[in-house]
Unconditional design. Sequence first.
Length: 265
Amino acid sequence: MQFLKLFTPIFIAIFLILSDYKFSYLDSVKQSIAKLISPIYLVVNLPSQLYIWVNEQGTSKQALLNQNKYLSGEVMRLKVNLQTHNALLLENQKLKQLLGASYQISDQKLILGRVNSVSLSRLKKQIIINKGSNDELVIGQVVLGPKGVIGQITQITPLYATVLMITDPTQYVPIKNQRNGIRGVSKGVASNQEKLVVNFIEPDFDIALGDVFLTSAIGLKFPGGYPVGKVTHVEQHTDDPFLHIELTPIQTTEQLEFVLIEGSD
């Protein structure tokens, strides 16, 4: 009797397992039981699911923060690269403008320099360039811009040089009218503006507004043919034997960044 109580449930279980395996009689019963216990399964499994969700949320947030940090760094790097690229493009354009000057440059050796500073006071108009005696520069060399002559080197150190501009009140430049060859001497004006006056041209000479004056090479201070200035005012004073002529320099210092220095002989 004890034997039957012990093994009867076992035999029934084996019979049910074999019957379900062979004939799937209990599928509907299992489905019904699964539906009944599904809420219990959800409740029991809720803590582990909640833990997984919280962990995923933390991981996702950290991943997003890391990604945001990386992307922010990439944006900053690209901005820096873009600025560098734009600066190089601008510098290249300025160099092309300088080397493709509209006037004829001599075949002498040319040295490229960068403008470090500009001084435009009433009594002193000069620029400092980043070339000096270490670059074989000497006092007296002519400095050119993309549009015309700038001035002449008057002071020099191993690392930089001072260029006295043609608009300086102490700078005299022998010049000639490009249209008719009339000669004179230009001189800077002691003012806060960049302009020149022309001396020693008599009243009966043909000078018109818009005429361009070039270096004449007389005195060998400046080589000939470099644009100096354009006539903006012509007047005859009764107490002056010469015309009063004002020029606006062809080459101004506005946005001037690069210069060419004519090589010494």
